[in-house]
Design a protein around this ligand. Structure first.
Ligand code: NAI
Length: 399
């Protein structure tokens, strides 16, 4: 396939391998983030671009790239792309929301075991030459109650792994969720009162800021441990600090913080530094080789499917059309303003050309409509011109 794909910022080699295996040969790799004129120049003839978190695809940049058809964010976050502008220009944006789910879940289970066995303290003492063999306050995870707050992708995986080491699992989620394994839903305050290990897997934002407030931390058992690998603002860090220093909590493991250093050069500052029953990790819950490899494969798959078949399933800013194998001669991808009459006018153009529509899938999202039309005949350039020139059309392609 001739589509040009530019991959910036040292994306994992699994992406190129996957794209090549699917027949894409025109791939250009740039090992760093680009900006300004250099970025526009590098992408001027690209059909697709892959970025990580350091390349800013602003409205100005996107408007300067009329050829660009799709964007892959080889990471979880998509703040670096102006998603609304991309949508209004007919550019679906993809990311990798699940690639590091398992990495986070494994770390949480490890932290639960280490905290219940008081390993952080034993480790610190051993480093100081103290030989503390006491079993006091060290517990197995088997039979203990794990309370999961936020039973989404990561929370549910944590629950499954926890059961495999013999834990009992309960969860709190405001949405109704299918419980996996033997997990059971529980009201939040009851979960906090009962659980031996409480782990947070909620989204960030105003609705979850200080979800674990001083009052809620006070509900926890004094022997219980708290794990937060979700977002820093979810726990009232001063209240947690007070509870730990006052021996009102058994320990904690934190991977995320209200304020995090922006680079390795900045010092990590936290009131919890120096507490021996606390594991502090630098936001690496999802940072594993496997996660990077998975991200490379997951996002490159999404780009390949869009370029070759128009699939937009799981796009973050775009109407979602599920994958359908292209088994016809021509497939037309038509992005248009979501207004009455577009499909009727489009289909009239097909009929005028004597073309029979084999299948058609339409989805809309806000102001954008997206129609994928299969026709079992070649499409003349003159018809493509009319479809692309249709009054509500934003862009259209033949794949
Ligand atoms: P998800 O969207 O699949 O699950 C979040 C769940 O939280 C949903 O089921 C939602 O209904 C629930 N929820 C929302 N508000 C809630 C509330 N007030 N109380 C209880 N539950 C609530 O998200 P996913 O993928 O499981 O990620 C969870 C968190 O983990 C996110 O904050 C994400 O940013 C973070 N994360 C951290 C990583 C790390 O390196 N430490 C890596 C990957 C994700």
């Amino acid at each position: 396939m001739n589509d040009k794909i530019v991959l910036l910022e040292k994306i994992h080699p699994s992406a190129v391998e996957n794209l090549q295996a699917q027949g894409f040969t025109n791939i250009v790799q740039v090992p760093r983030a680009l900006a300004g004129a250099e970025l526009i120049d590098a992408l001027s003839d690209a059909d697709a671009v892959g970025i990580r978190s350091n390349t800013q695809l602003t409205a100005d940049v996107l408007h300067a790239l009329p050829r660009l058809r799709t964007i892959g964010c080889f990471c979880i976050g998509t703040n670096q792309v102006d998603l609304n502008t991309a949508a209004t220009l007919g550019i679906p944006v993809f990311n990798a929301p699940y690639s590091n789910t398992r990495s986070v879940a494994e770390l949480v289970i490890a932290q639960a075991i280490l905290l219940l066995r008081r390993i952080p303290e034993k480790n610190a003492r051993s480093h100081r030459g103290v030989w503390d063999k006491s079993a006091t306050g060290a517990f197995e995870t088997r039979g203990k109650l794990l309370g999961i707050i936020g039973y989404g992708n990561i929370g549910a995986q944590v629950g499954i792994l926890a059961e495999s080491v013999g834990m009992r699992v309960c969860y709190y989620d405001p949405e109704s969720k299918l419980p996996l394994g033997n997990a059971r839903p529980m009201p939040l305050d009851e979960l906090l009162r009962q659980a031996d290990v409480v782990t947070l897997h909620v989204p960030g934002g105003a609705s979850t800021t200080n979800l674990l407030s001083a009052e809620r931390i006070a509900l926890m058992r004094p022997s219980a441990v708290l794990i937060n690998a979700s977002r820093g603002g979810v726990v009232d860090i001063d209240a947690l600090n007070a509870a730990l220093r006052g021996n009102r909590l058994g320990g904690a493991a934190l991977d995320v913080y209200p304020v995090e250093p922006r680079s390795e050069k900045e010092e990590f500052v936290s009131p919890l530094r120096g507490l021996e029953n606390v594991i502090l990790t630098p936001h690496i819950g999802g940072s594993t080789e496997e996660a990077q490899e998975n991200i490379g494969r997951e996002v490159s798959d999404k780009l390949a499917r869009y370029l070759s078949a128009g699939t937009t399933r799981s796009a973050v800013n775009f109407p979602e059309v599920a994958h359908q194998q292209k088994e016809v001669v021509s497939r037309i991808l038509h992005v248009h303003r979501n207004e009455p009459g577009v499909i009727a006018r489009m289909n009239a153009l097909f009929a005028e050309s004597g073309l029979n529509i084999v299948a058609q899938h339409l989805q809309t999202r806000g102001p954008i409509g997206y129609a994928v039309t299969d026709v079992d005949a070649p499409i003349e350039q003159s018809l493509m011109k009319k479809l692309c020139g249709e009054s509500a059309a934003i862009r259209c392609h033949l794949v």
